[in-house]
Design a binder for this molecule. Structure first.
Ligand code: F6R
Length: 241
């Protein structure tokens, strides 16, 4: 794993955007795995700015998002479908057929997850997967557990993750208990992985991901085994390295 530390989050985000842009310039038909949450927002703003300047063209890109809350439909303000539409896709004029996100309302979530993995495989696999890092070491919604997960599946969210994500939900609204997520094997099959972590609340998870043993209680530590994983950190997230 190639770890790069930047003085601040803005520079780490620009570095991530440059890697994604490079992928799309090299192969305009790239298949990208995308993430939601706070971390990707400045990265998406950079990509949008590059597209608006005419440097980048997303018209032939295909995207697969990491995860979606179970029980939230595409119009729910906290659904990841809505997040992606508002923070990236609508600004790039992406067409619905380019975009893939697990269906949080699927009657049979397991079948939805199987179909999701099959669709990624049929698209030729992910050229580049963008990841954030949970403060508990999760990637996607693969929570700390006794074993690494394999393919996409419906997961029960840990209490820490539900607390961390409370900030996105309105007062009085329940944070969902479950989510559909790409599994660890699905993520590890990506040809390139770019993980970005910023801020002091990620420092402990970063330390365990980079310096600790490969341990399913720190799901991101599996990235030590990936052939082409780039970890972009700001100084706060890298403070314990
Ligand atoms: C989001 C996802 C999560 C987040 C992680 C960090 O699609 O899969 O793993 O990347 O929870 O979230 P932020 O960036 O909000 O700190």
């Amino acid at each position: 794993m190639n770890v790069r530390v930047y003085p601040n989050g803005d520079l780490a985000s620009i570095a991530a955007a440059v890697l994604i842009a490079g992928q799309v310039v090299d192969n305009p038909r790239s298949v990208l795995g995308l993430a939601t949450g706070s971390t990707p927002l400045p990265i998406y703003r950079e990509l949008i700015a590059m597209a608006h300047r005419g440097v980048l063209d997303f018209q032939n890109v295909t995207t697969y998002n990491l995860d979606e809350y179970a029980g939230l439909g595409p119009d729910h303000p906290c659904s990841y479908r809505r997040f992606m539409q508002e923070n990236l896709f609508s600004h790039l004029q992406m067409r619905p057929e380019q975009i893939h996100i697990p269906n949080g309302l699927a009657e049979d979530p397991d079948a939805e997850c199987r179909a999701y993995d099959a669709a990624i495989a049929a698209a030729g696999g992910l050229d580049l997967q963008l990841l954030g890092l949970g403060s508990n070491g999760h990637i996607g919604f693969n929570e700390p557990a006794p074993h690494f997960t394999t393919n996409s599946y419906c997961v029960r969210l840990s209490e820490q993750t539900r607390r961390d994500n409370r900030r996105f939900f309105a007062e009085g609204e329940q944070v969902p208990t479950h989510a559909l997520t790409m599994g660890i094997a699905s993520i590890m099959q990506a040809r390139r992985i770019v993980l970005v972590a910023t801020g002091p609340n990620k420092a402990q998870a970063v330390k365990r991901m980079v310096d600790g043993p490969v341990d399913p209680m720190v799901p991101a530590s599996i990235l030590q085994m990936h052939r082409h994983a780039t970890i972009l950190l700001d100084a706060d997230a890298a403070a314990l390295l």
